[in-house]
Design a protein around this ligand. Structure first.
Ligand code: AHM
Ligand code: MG
Length: 336
């Protein structure tokens, strides 16, 4: 009986990845070990987020991050946990975190072939009010054994080997792609294990929701304004789209992935490159969208084709259901 098998034959994330990687016996151990260290970091953050109110972990740590924003204590903690877990995995060489201005180059004795780019705790404005926040990551592999440099992470998103996020919401959900579709796992707190609950996620071809910070409308460009106008006043006689905006990229993207629709963080007059960071926000989410059958576009090109020149670079992003992103691509093409 299928339902029974589900309850007794637990597909943990480790088992799933080992199965998936069995075609590449030379790398399966290393990748699985790397991933299990990322998962450990996520479990730690999940526990810390849940205990935050109780343990008085909240509040300013008196430091600012590289973008000059106030940094919450939970961000600092999460970053330290991820950096230490990744270094100790023995499988990484270059690490880029939103919280650190400089990349971390792992000392030779602990070096491996993977580069990891990540935002340890995204959506910081939502921490204090208990709204969903998340961790986002992307993984590159060094092509050959050379001395690691920044060029190893300044690669287009399409070169990523894997990407994912963990959302700390009403449940803790880990969404992963190793380039063979997208799968979602939910933390069973009593087991301390992520169990496959959302196999082979596909985003609906067209959605009924748009997600954007509309407070920036006065600074938007023509195509973005036209697109959002068309969500409210569709010309084809269809119903208007609903607006949902949490302000936590992980939560907004997660909803988009499951329900369909479009998430936008466009360029505007004040922020010509938008707000979100290419390496550890735009690329991983674009990778997942494409793997789920959706699209991701920067206003100029396919997001995963972008070649970053700086590790904390930003880019505008429009991602989600195939048909909805197609529409915004059409508007930008008409502009030229
Ligand atoms: P953060 O790194 O300071 O948390 O900012 C990133 C967040 C994203 O999670 C979210 O999509 C976006 O900022 C929301 O920005 P805004 O408040 O401008 O709408
Ligand atoms: Mg962030």
């Amino acid at each position: 009986h299928a339902a029974d098998a589900h309850r007794t034959d637990l597909m943990t994330i480790t088992r799933f990845v080992l199965n998936e990687q069995s075609k590449y016996p030379e790398s399966r151990g290393d990748f699985t070990i790397l991933l299990s260290h990322i998962v450990l970091g996520c479990k730690f953050v999940c526990t810390a987020v849940n205990k935050a109110g109780l343990a008085k972990l909240l509040g300013l740590a008196g430091e600012t991050n590289v973008q000059g924003e106030d940094q919450k204590k939970l961000d600092v903690l999460s970053n330290e946990v991820f950096i230490k877990a990744l270094v100790s995995s023995g499988r990484t060489c270059v690490l880029v975190s939103e919280e650190d201005e400089e990349a971390t180059f792992v000392e030779p004795a602990k070096r491996g072939k993977y580069c990891v780019v990540f935002d340890p705790l995204d959506g910081s404005s939502n921490i204090d009010c208990g709204v969903s926040i998340g961790t986002i990551f992307g993984i590159y592999m060094m092509k050959d054994a050379h001395e690691p440099t920044l060029d190893d992470v300044l690669q287009p998103g399409k070169n990523m080997l894997a990407a994912g996020y963990c959302m700390y919401g009403s449940s803790c959900t880990f969404v992963l792609s190793t380039g063979k579709g997208v799968n979602g796992f939910t933390l069973d707190p009593s087991l301390g294990e992520f169990i496959l609950t959302h196999p082979d996620i596909k985003i609906p071809k067209k959605g009924k929701i748009y997600s954007v910070n509309e407070g920036n409308v006065k600074n938007w460009d023509g195509p973005t304004s036209k697109y959002v106008e068309s969500c409210k006043f569709p010309k084809d006689g269809s119903s208007p789209k609903s607006l949902r905006y949490i302000g936590s990229m992980v939560a907004d993207v997660h909803r988009t992935l499951l329900y369909g629709g479009i998430f936008l963080y466009p360029a505007d007059k004040k922020s010509p490159n938008g707000k979100l960071r290419v390496l550890y926000e735009v690329f991983p989410m674009s990778f997942l969208m494409e793997q789920a059958g959706g699209q991701a576009f920067t206003g100029k090109e396919r997001a995963l084709d972008l070649v970053p020149t700086k590790i904390h670079e930003r880019a505008p992003i429009f991602l989600g259901s195939y048909d909805d992103v197609e529409e915004i691509k059409r508007l930008y093409a008409a502009e030229e």
